[in-house]
Design a protein around this ligand. Structure first.
Ligand code: NDP
Length: 288
């Protein structure tokens, strides 16, 4: 068997086109386009690139994008004031603060200053709580939601499947495990203390690798025919490498996402989806 390679770039493009059509219909109906505000603090080049890509994707989908760029020497209270101003602006539907923030800033306090009703990243405890409660969540963190869309749009059966998630971070591992539970998979979450990781992974019909250790998941970890979703992105010799060793996994798996071009492009597409969902909810019952 050779795995079907899941083309995340093509799927993300199709989703961005769907969102653009929904935004266009909104505007034709007389509404203002959804409005996303982003705070980028400091000069981290990787963050600047991510934010530029988010802005481009938003504008191409017809979403209004406003960028706030406080200096890298800002204080926590300055960033909190900025977040309060944005969150109180009735014209803004969704907002996010690009991480990491400069060291002197209390990141947890800043993230709490993004209200649940405008939380485009889906990291607010209320939104994560809705996901944990199995309730219909308005917004879900982009990377985990992207993993689910890749599975669904590739025709991978989820309900009743055994799923194994390697990684338990708040931004990827935990929310993707909750999404899989909510989609009726039987889910095991693994981490650095898991015993016999390869043996546990070999039970998976769906294996999600969100570790940050390039090439760690080899063919020995994979059940024949499994769907393997590689979330990992580690820079190695100037290139991005995933957690999955493609050479040994591709002949065994049923489906496999490449790095780059798999999960990565989905994250921004899901941010746009969250922004549209927030705009719809905000206009139905204005948060401010
Ligand atoms: P974290 O470092 O927060 O979490 C890594 C997880 O992997 C932890 O739960 C850790 O376990 C677990 N882990 C580490 N080593 C091992 C091991 N040897 N065996 C089993 N488990 C292990 O990372 P993130 O969740 O933030 O990101 C994971 C990867 O996904 C990174 O490469 C990141 O760059 C990428 N990423 C990609 C995105 C995209 O858009 N494509 C978006 C977000 C992340 P423990 O909890 O015990 O420490």
């Amino acid at each position: 068997m050779t795995a079907t390679i899941i083309d995340g770039s093509a799927i993300a493009k199709a989703i961005r086109a769907e969102i653009a059509a929904e935004v266009a219909a909104m505007v034709e109906g007389g509404e203002a386009p959804p409005h996303l505000a982003v705070v980028l603090c400091g000069n981290d080049p990787a963050s600047a690139t991510y934010v530029r890509n988010k802005g481009r994707a938003a504008e191409r989908a017809g979403i209004r994008f406003t960028l706030h760029t406080p200096g890298g020497d800002s204080t926590t209270s300055e960033i909190l004031d900025l977040c309060a101003r944005i969150s109180e602006d009735p014209d803004v539907d969704g907002m996010l603060v690009q991480l990491p923030l400069p060291r002197q800033i209390d990141s947890a306090a800043v993230l709490e200053a993004v209200p649940a009703a405008k939380d485009a990243d889906g990291f607010h405890p209320l939104n994560l709580g809705r996901l944990a409660a199995g309730a219909a969540a308005r917004v879900v963190p982009g990377t985990p939601l992207g993993c689910m869309e890749l599975l669904r749009r590739s025709g991978v059966p989820i309900a009743g499947s055994r799923a194994v998630v390697v990684g338990r971070s708040v931004i990827v591992g935990r929310p993707v495990a909750l999404l899989l539970v909510n989609a009726d998979a039987t889910v095991t979450v693994c981490h650095s203390k898991t015993r016999d990781l390869a043996g546990v992974c070999r039970e998976a019909d769906i294996l999600i690798a969100a570790i940050g250790r390039p090439g760690m998941i080899t063919g020995e970890y994979v059940k024949p025919g499994a769907a393997v979703i590689d979330v990992g992105t580690s820079p190695v010799d100037g290139q991005l490498r995933g957690d999955v060793d493609r050479a040994s996994v591709e002949p065994i798996a049923g489906w496999l996402t490449p790095v780059p071009g798999g999960v990565g492009p989905m994250t921004i597409a899901m941010l746009l989806r969250n922004t549209l969902a927030l705009a719809r909810a905000h206009r139905a019952a204005p948060a401010r």
